[in-house]
Design a protein around this ligand. Structure first.
Ligand code: AMP
Length: 211
């Protein structure tokens, strides 16, 4: 089964995707995580991508597509988190899947109001060592600034500051929202209300995937 997660930044795509990976054996492909990894390793691609990411802009399609193509070996259970984000990426994904004898089964749009997204993202903290994600309001670490799991240092992503978050939401509306119609027309789109606690949102997505 191949599932695309659509939704604005902060909708919970990563959190739900990680649970599906852990509990249900899905492989999760997150272009945001892949890019952050390139930035961390200071690869050529990472250096190119960082300037766009810090401003909350999309990284150019050709960079993303080269990066994703390498990962698109046929898989049984795949979650695409944060990709595609433009119509050009959606069309390229169709080709990539077709060329490897695969197709999309479902597109889940996780819907959350803007104010909630801003609130969630500005409170997000991430472990520098293991990548665990916390929220200062809904899921704070036991000890401030320290990861419960590995003792690593927690930090705020450069693109989680209020101004950049607002810009990312605008970029989402301009570049990614058109994909909602694209997938609706293909009969693949399902919408869930993501304005709830992570467990509830996970169960709503799980129900869609298993029904
Ligand atoms: P995310 O972790 O999915 O919110 O992604 C963080 C940032 O990485 C985005 O704001 C973009 O700058 C970049 N990014 C991630 N995925 C894509 C994509 N599919 N296309 C273009 N830029 C992307």
């Amino acid at each position: 089964m191949k599932v695309v997660f659509l939704g604005p930044p902060g909708a919970g795509k990563g959190t739900v995707g990680e649970r599906l990976e852990k509990d249900m054996g899905f492989k999760r492909l997150s272009t945001g995580d892949m890019l952050r990894n390139h930035v961390k390793m200071a690869t050529e691609l990472g250096l190119k991508a960082k300037a766009y990411m810090d401003k909350g802009e999309l990284v150019p399609d050709d960079v993303i597509l080269d990066m994703v193509a390498e990962e698109m070996k046929p898989k049984e259970k795949l979650i695409l988190d944060g990709f595609p984000r433009t119509l050009a990426q959606a069309q390229a994904l169709d080709h990539l899947l077709k060329n490897t004898g695969q197709s999309l089964d479902l597109v889940v749009l996780i819907d959350v109001p803007d104010q909630v997204l801003i609130h969630r993202l500005t409170a997000r903290r991430v472990c520098r060592s293991c990548g665990a994600v916390y929220n200062l309001i809904t899921m704070p670490p036991k000890k401030p600034g320290v990861c419960d799991l590995c003792g690593g240092e927690l930090y705020q992503r450069d693109d989680d500051t209020e101004d950049t978050v607002k810009h990312r939401i605008e970029v989402y509306k301009r570049s990614t929202q058109p994909l909602v119609d694209h997938y609706k027309q293909k009969g693949l789109l399902r919408v869930i209300d993501g304005n709830a606690d992570p467990e509830t949102v996970f169960n709503r997505v799980k129900e869609l995937i298993t029904s």
